[in-house]
Design a protein around this ligand. Structure first.
Ligand SMILES: [Zn+2]
Length: 89
């Protein structure tokens, strides 16, 4: 049983949410679809801090498909990692 992060309710449901996200370099935004989220009858639907963090990290670490303005959460989490070692040369 999950509890709401914001209020005392304990009858939280799982849902998904579509959210715009600013890319780490700040130049653009991407719409991330079907993000696992929580639904509270009092507070509405929202992402957990853990999910926010997971998406921030994924956008920083992973190679997004070129030119796509939207990506599903599942596509993002299965995208290949950037070759960060190239940057250190
Ligand atoms: Zn709530």
């Amino acid at each position: 049983m999950m509890e709401c992060m914001w209020c005392e309710r304990k009858d939280i449901e799982e849902t998904t949410k579509d959210c715009y996200w600013i890319l780490p370099d700040g130049t653009d935004a991407v719409e991330i679809l079907q993000i696992p989220a929580l639904l509270c009858k009092d507070c509405g639907s929202y992402l957990t801090d853990e999910m926010n963090h997971e998406i921030d990290m994924a956008l920083y670490a992973r190679e997004l498909p070129q030119g796509k303005r939207e990506i599903t959460h599942q596509e993002l989490m299965s995208a290949p990692y950037r070759n960060i070692f190239e940057l250190k040369k």
